[in-house]
Design a binder for this molecule. Structure first.
Ligand code: HEC
Ligand code: HEC
Length: 211
């Protein structure tokens, strides 16, 4: 934010030209703006604030822009983020997203009940055949790290997000939002629609402990 002027100069002189993210500026934005909720290293300890550490920059940037512009309005608490980002330029958002992508994602802890873990792991690795739910692993990777943008941009997806270690409550809320239509996405809405509450709870528990 302090570097409003350089960002403006870049916008004026380099419209449509890719400007490399400024990691130092990204760090300052993370510490001054985002840390209050998501933690400076992106490993938010509070389940209403999603973890951002290690997330692919393209995914983070896209969603911050959705929140800034008001098109991401699902989730009871997201409104609290809007005043923090509504003055940010695209370049500042790309800077902070690049910074968070480089932070190390710490593992959360799953409920260790062996039956519950196994139920979640089966869905994550093998999907639910009878309900035509594909394996989460196919797109989010065996350890939940997702797939970065460049390798998949062809199919129109900017990035398959990292979900490992994400707060269980947040994952459950997203799956419910995909299911009830408040969050819309071609692939994930179909998947959410085919899952029961119990199955969502099991796989979200597994994801929270995944690394
Ligand atoms: C006042 C608290 C607050 C601040 C400050 C804040 N956020 Fe958020 N953020 C939230 C909440 C709440 C959500 C939405 C959770 C939900 O949808 O249930 C969210 C969601 C997000 C998401 C979506 C995550 C995902 O996995 O889809 C991203 C990305 C994000 N924030 C990035 C940022 C960045 C970058 C900053 C700093 C520039 C920031 N936030 C500042 C509260 C905050
Ligand atoms: C065919 C590919 C594909 C499969 C299979 C898939 N996902 Fe996704 N998932 C995506 C994409 C792409 C996104 C990003 C959506 C967006 O950009 O808003 C996503 C987003 C998500 C999110 C939101 C992440 C966030 O930070 O808000 C969650 C949670 C999620 N998926 C869970 C799952 C689970 C659980 C399964 C298995 C039952 C699964 N996904 C299977 C492609 C897939």
């Amino acid at each position: 934010m302090k570097r409003f002027l350089p960002a403006l100069v870049i916008t004026l002189f380099a419209t449509n030209v890719f400007a490399a993210p400024d990691l130092e500026n990204g760090k300052q934005i993370a510490e001054n703006v985002c840390a209050a909720c998501h933690a400076a290293d992106g490993n938010s300890p509070i389940s209403i604030y999603p973890r951002l550490a290690g997330q692919h920059a393209a995914y983070t940037a896209e969603h911050v822009k959705y929140i800034r512009d008001g098109s991401r309005a699902w989730g009871d608490m997201v409104i609290t983020m809007v005043p923090n980002v509504e003055g940010m330029s695209d370049q500042e958002i790309e800077d902070v997203s690049a910074y968070y992508a480089l932070q190390v994602s710490l593992t959360g802890e799953a409920d260790a009940d062996p039956e519950k873990l196994k139920a979640g792991q089966d869905i994550y690795r093998g999907g639910i055949l009878a309900q035509k739910v594909p394996a989460c692993m196919a797109c989010h990777g065996p350890n939940g790290a997702g797939i970065p943008a460049a390798s998949v941009a062809k199919d129109g997806v900017l990035a398959y997000p990292r979900i490992s270690g994400q707060h269980k409550d947040y994952v459950v809320a997203q799956m419910q939002a995909f299911r009830d239509g408040s969050r819309q996405h071609g692939m994930m809405s179909t998947i959410g629609n085919r899952m029961t509450d119990q199955q969502i709870d099991d796989v979200a528990n597994y994801i929270q402990g995944l690394h």
